[in-house]
Design a protein around this ligand. Sequence first.
Ligand SMILES: NC(=O)c1ccc[n+]([C@@H]2O[C@H](COP(=O)([O-])OP(=O)(O)OC[C@H]3O[C@@H](n4cnc5c(N)ncnc54)[C@H](OP(=O)(O)O)[C@@H]3O)[C@@H](O)[C@H]2O)c1
Length: 331
Amino acid sequence: MESFKAYKLTETPEKKIRAEFVDMTLDDLDPGDVVIRVAYSDVNYKDALAATGKGKILRRASCVGGIDLAGTVVSSENGKFKKGDAAVGIGFDLGVSHHGGYAQYARVPAGWLTKLPQGLTLWDAMAFGTAGYTAGIAIVRMEHEGLKPSSGPVLVNGATGGVGSIAVASLARLGYHVVALTGKESEADWLKKLGAKEILLRKTLNLEKIKPLDKSTWAGAVDSLGGDVLSWICSTMKDNGVIASIGLAASPNLNTTVMPFILRGARLLGINSGESSNDVRDTVWRRLATDMKPPLLREMARTVPFSKLPTVFDDFINARVTRRVVVDLEE
Ligand SMILES: NC(=O)c1ccc[n+]([C@@H]2O[C@H](COP(=O)([O-])OP(=O)(O)OC[C@H]3O[C@@H](n4cnc5c(N)ncnc54)[C@H](OP(=O)(O)O)[C@@H]3O)[C@@H](O)[C@H]2O)c1
């Protein structure tokens, strides 16, 4: 086969990241039992950290980036997939220690792939990507803990981000009263269009002095930030409220007390999309394709051609992103 284009990340001797387009062949790909013609990938915060070197994401000296991919099976040595199947791969070692989605072909273990569920296109799958899939796990896990629309308001922070925007839209579609917490006043109308009933601006929170217990407000919370905002969320949960801790966009630290947990029965769920089992994957993708699919998904992501990929990472690092980014590998 002829060569194809890939976006490769390499750690330099100075411990910086060199990111560049290279030509590869199938022989250069990592081992796996399924070869995919990648149609779309996407950009997550983690992809931006990896490509800019702002975070230590790579676990080997050189790797094709892209933690997500969606495409068509070209060949398979595994009975679960056959040529022509549409498949989606999220996380595992993709783009970290196994050549990822920023290449026109990928070879991956079948266990990392999910068949594209009915109701989603390959583009839709990458409009969700790791961000949307993780928001999906958070909602499924919170429901499993008893959260329902009648429980009360659900707070979503980092609301204009990938995880946040899909959490807002999916929860709204399920009938929850969603309160979107954002740093971007200018995006209030967009968040309302996605289904948020109320907008809370981050600058209006008093995070200087967070009480162990404050006004009991949230039945549920989806947290992408960590740090002081998560501390404040813990202290403002309703009885038996449930928090999904997803990210650390603001800080990896959490200073809180046990009060919300022992006096209000609050629960803090850790969400790790990378390690979820096949059962969880199938359930979450099926829900994202049906009752959790945001009606405005098409407007929630913009598509960039592969050649323009290097131009989008800085906006993620500087928290300027307001839409998911889908990368078109077939440009
Ligand atoms: N646990 C998992 O498996 C998993 C999976 C996916 C992502 N994550 C993590 O979840 C977080 C969000 O990911 P994402 O893909 O949604 O990222 P994203 O698209 O870059 O969105 C993050 C959002 O958080 C807010 N934000 C960013 N920097 C901030 C800061 N310093 N202080 C306060 N708010 C800030 C901004 O929203 P507003 O301006 O609207 O506030 C921003 O749009 C990241 O930490 C990511 O690593 C974890």
